[in-house]
Ligand binder design. Sequence first.
Ligand code: SF4
Length: 394
Amino acid sequence: MNIVKELKPTYFDDFKCIGSECEDTCCAGWNIGIDKKSFKKYRKETNPNLKSLLQKNVSRNRQATSDYHYGQFKMDDQDKCSMLNEENLCTIQLTSGEEALCHTCTIYPRSAKSINDSIEKSLDTSCPEAARLILLNPNGIDFVEVEPELPKYNFAQHRQSDEQNQYFWANRMFMISALQHRVHPLEVRLIVIGLYVKKLEELEPAERFVQAQTLSSQYLAYLDDANITDLTTQIKPNYDFQKALTLFFLKDFSARSSRFNQLASCTFDEVNFGDSTESFAQSLLNYKTQYDQSELLQIALENYLVNLTFAEYNESKEDIISFYTLLITNFSLIRLLFIGNGHKFSYTNEEIVATIQIFSKSCLHNTTYINNVKKIISTKQYSQTSQTINLINI
Ligand code: SF4
């Protein structure tokens, strides 16, 4: 496919890795996947400064679902990449230059994918410096279309039929416009998106393609109605379901990051999981006002969701119903971490960036998190979207 345009958020070109000043590092705390081409190159390495190190520290990843994770680096007992030297510098880069880095280490935290004739670039909130650019923009994320500049590295290529592509554009434009519709609280905007997705879910797949454009204009217009807030607050929260998800997230899911585990354990101590649903609900509500009143946090969450929608949703990878589930689950669990740490937080820029960054690093690249969330969502009898909407109001 001939790539004729490039679409990216305006923050994209401002990113620069801050190296040793970074409060985290992308070389620790998770698995670093090695693409197949680099893996084979590393296996044939002849440079004596690298050969034995690579032989010892590079292994095949038999669980990989794509060639981008064909192999992986061994992590040391501090969960740091074993290719780092004593000054925490990368031995591969020092010995053979940037060109010798694998795909993950070359692009992170950037990501690029093509959808039909367009290449799309974005940044990932798991990097603190990228998270600052994404989350702290008070005016919301804006996008630009420019002449395409193809990356030197491989990028994922998605192909959608014309019909599927129109449907995807209608859905994504609608979700981003609704998320940025600041007249209403974020929860209201998310419910209106949910009602739109539910409407699509009720239609036969072929009919969804036909109706998406008209429906998206209609649901966007609902956000211009001042009464929509009253209507959406009538959607009662399902606390039993929220409790099941919260328990998994805080108790059974253990991340590799001690920073994440501290936030989760503090939240666990604050949330009352006693027998009654009322006590569980009340403990969530205790810090809700403080959370609602933080304008910085509300903007950061909007920017987080807009970025996720732009970077992660496309119909050839995941349909809108599954994507909406991911969007809302992430939102409700990030909100839970802020509410659970509300007695300690003043909701400063630093706390907001650090919390969303460590959530992204610990959860969004973790298949245990993703698979369990999907399992919990699909255990009830309602439709997936109705089930998901139940997570929004508290
Ligand atoms: S996490 Fe981001 S800022 Fe930190 S070292 Fe990695 S790329 Fe640089």
